[in-house]
Design a protein around this ligand. Structure first.
Ligand code: ADP
Ligand code: MG
Length: 319
C-alpha cells in the first residue's frame, strides 16, 4: 500500500540526482566546490495549518516555508526529502497535496529525492538542500554597525489574514481577499537571496515576525538596531487598519511573512536596488544597525514606540 502510494504520488524524474526515490537512500552529487545548505521545517495540523485548509495549498506552503530558509541563506535549491504522517491514504487529498508541492518545486528547480511515509496524525516534515559558494552564504551573524536594514515585499499580510480567519479582527471581505493569499500561498524569495550574495552582510527570513527575526540577526551579530515604523512596507489595504493594534502587531510581530530581512552597508545601496530589480522584487530600507544593543522602533514623529504600543509582548504571548 505504502509503496504504491509513494510511487503514485511522490515519484518523479530527478535528473539533478544520481538516484532519487525508490532505494534505501537517494544518491546526490553536489557541484564540486560548493557548500551544502540544509534545513528542515515541520508543519503540524492544528498548529501550522487547520484541517479545512486545501491540500494543494498545504503542499505549496510546506515546501515554500522550507525554500524560504534556503532563500535566507542565499542558497540555490537542489533537493528535498518529505516525511509525512497521514491518518489515512486519501487518494484525492494526496493528489492535490502533491500537485501543490511539485508546482512549488518546479518553480525553484528543487527535486524530491526521498522521504518517509507513515500512518499518524497529519504531520509534514520537509528537509531541503541547496548549494552556495564558499564564504557567500548570507548568515545571521554578519550584520555590522552602520548597515542599512532592508526587507523584501510587504509585511503583516499573512498575520492579518490569520487574525481575520480567527475572528480577531473584522475586515471588509474585499480587503480580506487581498491579504489571504499571503497566508495560504507564500512565495519564498529564493531569487532575491541568490542575488544578494556578495552584497548583504546578513539575512534571515521573516517567519515569526519582523521584530523577533531581526532580533535573531542582532543576537548573532552582537548588534542593536533602530527601525522606523512608517517605513515598514505593507499592502495599501493594511493602511486602513493600522490604527488597530492587531494590524500594527501583524506588521511588527506577525508570523508567516516569508520575506527576507537583510543588512548591507550604505555604500551598497545601489547594488541592493539593482539586485532586487534584477529579480523583480521590491525592497525597502527600514532602519539601521548600531553597535549599542537593543531594538528601537520610532514612530513618524521620531518617538520610540513602547512595547505596549506595538503590542509586541501581548502578541508574542498569544502565538
Ligand atoms: P525504507 O523502509 O528503506 O525506509 P521506505 O519504504 O520508507 O523505505 O521508502 C521507500 C522509498 O521511498 C525510499 O527511497 C524513500 O526515500 C522514498 N519515500 C518514502 N516516503 C516518501 C515520501 N513521502 N516522499 C518521497 N519519497 C518517499
Ligand atoms: Mg522509510
Amino acid at each position: 500500500m505504502e509503496f504504491d502510494l509513494i510511487a503514485r504520488h511522490f515519484t518523479r524524474a530527478t535528473p539533478g540526482a544520481v538516484l532519487g526515490v525508490g532505494d534505501d537512500c537517494a544518491l546526490l552529487a553536489p557541484t564540486p566546490g560548493m557548500q551544502l545548505a540544509i534545513s528542515s521545517d515541520m508543519l503540524l495540523e492544528g498548529r501550522h495549518f487547520s484541517p479545512q485548509d486545501s491540500p494543494a495549498g498545504l503542499g505549496h506552503k510546506s515546501l515554500a516555508v522550507n525554500l524560504s530558509d534556503l532563500a535566507a541563506m542565499g542558497a540555490t535549491p537542489r533537493w528535498a526529502t518529505l516525511s509525512i504522517a497521514l491518518p489515512e491514504a486519501d487518494d484525492a487529498w494526496l493528489t492535490a497535496f502533491a500537485r501543490g508541492l511539485f508546482r512549488m518545486a518546479d518553480l525553484h528547480g528543487i527535486e524530491l529525492v526521498g522521504g518517509d511515509t507513515t500512518r499518524g496524525p497529519l504531520t509534514i516534515s520537509i528537509t531541503v538542500m541547496g548549494e552556495v559558494p564558499p564564504g557567500q552564504a548570507l548568515r545571521r551573524d554578519g550584520a555590522r554597525a552602520g548597515d542599512d536594514i532592508w526587507v523584501s515585499g510587504v509585511l503583516g499580510s499573512a498575520a492579518m489574514a490569520l487574525a481575520y480567519r480567527q475572528g480577531r479582527v473584522s475586515m471588509e471581505q474585499a480587503d480580506a481577499a487581498k491579504v489571504l493569499p499571503a497566508l495560504y500561498l507564500p512565495m519564498p524569495q529564493v531569487e532575491l537571496g541568490i542575488a544578494l550574495r556578495g552584497i548583504a552582510h546578513s539575512a534571515i527570513d521573516i517567519s515569526d515576525g519582523l521584530l523577533g527575526d531581526l532580533g535573531h540577526i542582532l543576537g548573532r551579530s552582537n548588534m542593536g538596531a533602530t527601525l522606523e515604523f512608517a517605513a515598514l512596507p505593507t499592502l495599501p489595504v493594511m493602511q486602513t487598519y493600522l490604527h488597530e493594534t492587531v494590524a500594527r502587531n501583524s506588521v511588527l510581530a506577525g508570523g508567516d511573512d516569508y520575506e527576507l530581512c537583510f543588512t548591507a552597508p550604505p555604500s551598497r545601496r545601489d547594488a541592493v536596488l539593482a539586485a532586487a530589480a534584477d529579480v523583480d522584487v521590491a525592497v525597502t530600507r527600514i532602519g539601521r544597525i548600531q553597535a549599542e544593543p537593543g531594538l528601537t522602533v520610532l514612530d513618524a514623529d521620531g518617538q520610540a514606540l513602547t512595547l505596549d504600543q506595538t503590542g509586541y509582548d501581548h502578541f508574542a504571548a498569544q502565538s
